[in-house]
Design a protein around this ligand. Structure first.
Ligand code: SF4
Length: 212
């Protein structure tokens, strides 16, 4: 994993590098002290992909579900966490879901927080989410029209560019063209970014870009 082995307590700090789908699950988990099965799968496997070990995952989820007593957590959820790390049942070592999988499978119902915000949020909700991430009106319209044309991953890529450029205080052209550092270095890496294909790709690109 790009960030090395991460600890349960690091996850909140790393949220800045997460795509909207995972950030949303994280926020709802903190707010409700719970998320449902598909959300736990989507977010849990993502966290596994960024370097959360099984031991740390058990700590992370137990603390997150703070309303549960330890033995309740162990009875109801620990098996599933171990299972997703390939330590129970058929011992399948599950890999984090790709964007295509998240966009096409298990559409979220009421009370669910999994899925892809670009695919599954209403337009007003997506607009509000863009505003809360300081995406300006021009870029928001651009992203919304990509979504309207069902280009969800390109919309996510655009969101990545706009928000990371803002974090680095450079233009998106500089971010894409890698003009920073004379075309060398981490900013240039983004030039080859055609489209976000995987939430873990989003995270890794962002982590390298902003840490670098
Ligand atoms: Fe997550 Fe992929 Fe949707 Fe982006 S396009 S929000 S990474 S599922």
């Amino acid at each position: 994993a790009i960030a090395g082995e991460i600890q349960a307590q690091d996850v909140d700090t790393l949220k800045v590098h997460m795509p909207l789908c995972m950030e949303h699950l994280h926020n709802e988990l903190r707010r409700e002290k719970h998320i449902r099965h598909f959300g736990r799968m989507q977010y849990g496997l993502f966290l596994k992909g960024i370097g959360l070990s099984l031991e740390q995952a058990l700590i992370f989820w137990q603390i997150a579900f703070e309303k549960l007593k330890p033995d309740e957590f162990n009875k109801q959820y620990a098996y599933n966490v171990r299972h997703s790390y390939g330590m129970e049942g058929k011992r399948t070592d599950y890999t984090p879901y790709s964007c295509r999988y998240i966009i096409q499978n298990n559409a979220p119902g009421p009370g669910d927080h999994h899925g892809c915000p670009f695919r599954h949020f209403s337009a007003p909700n997506l607009r509000a989410t863009m505003a809360s991430h300081q995406v300006d009106d021009f870029d928001t319209e651009d992203i919304l029209s990509l979504v309207q044309n069902r280009h969800y991953q390109i919309a996510c890529t655009r969101y990545y560019e706009v928000t990371r450029a803002k974090m680095l205080d450079i233009s998106t052209e500089n971010l894409k063209g890698g003009a920073m550092n004379g075309g060398q270095g981490n900013a240039g890496m983004v030039a080859s970014l055609e489209s976000i294909e995987h939430p873990n790709q989003f995270f890794e690109q962002s982590y390298l870009l902003l840490k670098g």
